[in-house]
Design a protein around this ligand. Structure first.
Ligand SMILES: [Zn+2]
Length: 156
């Protein structure tokens, strides 16, 4: 996907900046991950102390699909230990989903879920188009793009 980070609680005061800096320290730990497991079992509110812990869990459960959710006020895995209403989403990326299957009528190299380096050129152009349309008007800076396709692409 293509993403830009949007802060839900926005303020320009220096103290707010200090708070958000402090928050960055355990940003990863408060991030929700959701897994789709075998037989369409959907598991929400997974969170991890470190990327290594996430990696271990992925190796253990081998999910079919991974959704990266919002950053919450508390660790999603410990949401039941905080007062009701205190557990809230604080930050979430704005995601533009560019689906390669939408390019099937203009690409000759691949089709459906297949993707090669030529396809990435189309993806890059799409990102530039979105950038041109949004930066300045709605976004303060160009979009980042993660070239990461989460999920099993080899479902042939
Ligand atoms: Zn291709």
């Amino acid at each position: 996907g293509v993403y830009a980070s949007i802060s839900l609680a926005r303020s320009d005061s220096p103290s707010a900046a200090a708070v958000s800096l402090a928050v960055v320290k355990n940003y990863f730990q408060r991030r929700e991950f959701s897994f789709t497991l075998r037989d369409d079992i959907y598991v929400r509110y997974q969170s991890f102390s470190s990327p290594q812990e996430l990696e271990k869990e992925l190796q253990k459960t081998s999910p079919y699909k991974i959704d990266v959710g919002a950053v919450y006020s508390h660790r999603p895995s410990q949401r039941n230990t905080v007062h009701m209403g205190a557990f809230q989403a604080q930050e979430k990326e704005l995601v533009f989903d560019i689906d390669m299957t939408d390019y099937d009528d203009v690409r000759s190299c691949c089709s459906s879920a297949e993707i090669c380096s030529k396809c990435w050129t189309l993806m890059t152009i799409a990102i530039r188009v979105i950038d041109r349309a949004l930066v300045g008007k709605y976004l303060p800076r160009p979009l980042g793009s993660d070239c990461c396709h989460i999920g099993r692409s080899a479902r042939h």
